[in-house]
Design a protein around this ligand. Structure first.
Ligand code: AMP
Length: 115
């Protein structure tokens, strides 16, 4: 069964897409955690980082190139930003279609909440 993100790639459900090409799609997170919160995904459905294979290397490298370009386009390249990939339960992953969170537009604080 296709993930909700595959349906966004296919145009079957709406999303605010900021970039798309034959390998990746970038769109605004529906529940933003920062002034800029973009999800960048491979169009190919890869469930988690734990499911990545060597044949995905070029596509996953391209995710970072697109992240950089989207950050520039949205005006946060100079001030800085954070890229996050959650993996499975302890990583806090909710949607099992690998995605890169691009967050910025304010000071994001420490990487993890200190307990
Ligand atoms: P993660 O916890 O890393 O799996 O993150 C999943 C992210 O997907 C969350 O930040 C959600 O707000 C976001 N999300 C879920 N459904 C949608 C959607 N239809 N459009 C945009 N973002 C979504």
């Amino acid at each position: 069964m296709p993930t909700i993100f595959s349906k966004i790639v296919a145009g079957e459900i709406p999303a605010d897409i900021v970039y798309q090409d034959e390998r990746v799609t970038a769109f605004k997170d529906i529940h933003p955690l920062a002034p800029v919160h973009i999800l960048i995904i491979p169009n190919k459905e890869i469930a988690t980082v734990d499911d990545v294979s060597p044949e995905d290397e070029a596509t996953l490298g391209h995710l970072f190139v697109v992240a950089k370009e989207v950050a520039r386009k949205l005006g946060i390249a100079e001030s800085g930003y954070r890229l996050i990939i959650n993996c499975k339960g302890d990583g806090g992953q909710e949607v099992f279609h690998l995605h890169l969170h691009l967050l910025g537009g304010k000071k994001l604080g420490s990487m993890l909440a200190k307990s």
